[in-house]
Write a protein that binds this ligand. Structure first.
Ligand code: FES
Length: 112
């Protein structure tokens, strides 16, 4: 059975913003993040599609300066927040892995 992560909606301080979380998978600690972008929520595994590294350049910092795109800290791949699609960089055309997200009135539930 998969694990569930509960995140309160008020954890998102602004639009856009992200909340990073960890979960255990196959005995290893992995991470994912929820993006709040243009008033909608999206959940992704925190793993670049170029190499198996986390995307954030500092803890829970996923956006580039203009806060329009998610950027990979390692080689600068640019991802679209609303689709997870890599628009530019070594993994162009690939997509972040979407995690199952359920949106309730006051909280979000990610099921791994
Ligand atoms: S590891 Fe993300 S762009 Fe290379």
């Amino acid at each position: 059975m998969g694990s569930q992560i509960f995140i309160k909606k008020d954890s998102f301080t602004k639009d856009p913003s992200t909340v990073k979380f960890t979960f255990s998978e196959g005995g290893e600690s992995k991470s994912g993040f929820i993006v709040f972008f243009e008033a909608k929520y999206y959940a992704y595994r925190n793993k670049c599609q170029h190499l198996a590294v986390e995307l954030d350049w500092d803890n829970n910092e996923f956006f580039e300066d203009e806060e329009k795109f998610i950027v990979c800290a390692t080689h600068g791949a640019i991802y679209e927040p609303s689709s997870g699609k890599c628009l530019m960089g070594p993994c162009a055309g690939k997509k972040l892995e979407i995690l199952n997200l359920k949106i309730l009135e006051d909280k979000l539930i990610v099921t791994i």
